[in-house]
Design a protein. Structure first.
Length: 263
């Protein structure tokens, strides 16, 4: 498993196009690019990212949007609003295609009790999104997010059954925020996990650099390998979780040592 880094780790001080050079200089060859606002969903911006990617020989594994600004409304009961939000979704996918990303890390709808949502509509929308992403050469990966419907294991089981083309991003910190062991998500999602966000946590802090908390990475990685996971692990933390950029590299080496022990 290769260890990559998300540009979100530098938000809001470094722009996505500038982050590629920075991430590469720290010692990472792959990662996830976080698009932070609507102007970054334009094809012109995608070409700027592509230029930087090629200049620094950097692999963009996945893209991530400013999800809360539009993704929940893709599932809105008001059809015209849904259609407008789907147009934005398509633009994000198009940028992903331009920069050669494999996956789109998707948050989706805000959490509500499962018995209060229109599951028929939600399933219909997901099928549409998967098709749009596929048309752009992108695999849509639903992320487990503590404030979204995707935190609910029963909801995920429904998606697994009704939208078999949908895949998943596992985020360690988001699992713990829900009070759920990440291995429980792995046990449900199995080989449909295609992308991995790695972070640490402690009893006092819900997001830390890998190696600074008490997450059982060996157990998580072994469980992923049980279901054939062969993707990369992307370190995704917040800017206040580290002081120096070299701290990110030290976390990378920490994880690589664990991987060597397991493999």
């Amino acid at each position: 498993m290769e260890i990559g880094l998300s540009s979100a780790s530098f938000y809001p001080t470094i722009n996505p196009e500038e982050s590629i050079k920075l991430i590469k200089s720290i010692g990472f060859n792959s990662g996830e690019i976080f698009l932070n606002t609507y102007s970054e969903y334009e094809e012109e911006f995608g070409r700027i990212l592509l230029k930087e990617k090629e200049k620094y020989d950097f692999n963009i594994n996945s893209i991530h949007s400013f999800a809360s600004a539009f993704e929940p409304y893709i599932f809105d009961r008001y059809e015209r609003r849904r259609e407008d939000m789907v147009k934005i979704f398509r633009k994000v996918c198009r940028v992903g295609k331009i920069i050669g990303a494999k996956y789109y890390t998707f948050h989706g709808d805000r959490y509500r009790p499962i018995d209060t949502v229109d599951l028929e509509l939600i399933i219909k929308v997901y099928k549409t999104l998967v098709e749009i992403a596929y048309d752009e050469g992108i695999i849509l990966c639903q992320e487990n997010v503590s404030r979204c419907m995707s935190k609910d294991l029963d909801f995920l089981k429904i998606l697994l059954k009704e939208v078999p083309e949908l895949n998943y991003t596992l985020d360690i910190k988001q699992a713990f925020k829900c009070g759920i062991d990440p291995k429980e998500y792995i046990g449900v999602l199995k080989n449909r996990i295609k992308n991995l966000h790695i972070n640490d946590r402690s009893q006092k802090e819900d997001c830390l650099l890998p190696g600074k908390g008490d997450v059982d990475y060996r157990g998580i990685i072994k469980e992923l390998k049980t279901y054939g996971y062969n993707g990369i692990g992307i370190i995704e933390v917040y800017r206040d979780n580290f002081e120096e950029n070299h701290d990110l590299y030290k976390s990378k080496k920490f994880l690589e040592e664990i991987l060597r022990e397991i493999e």
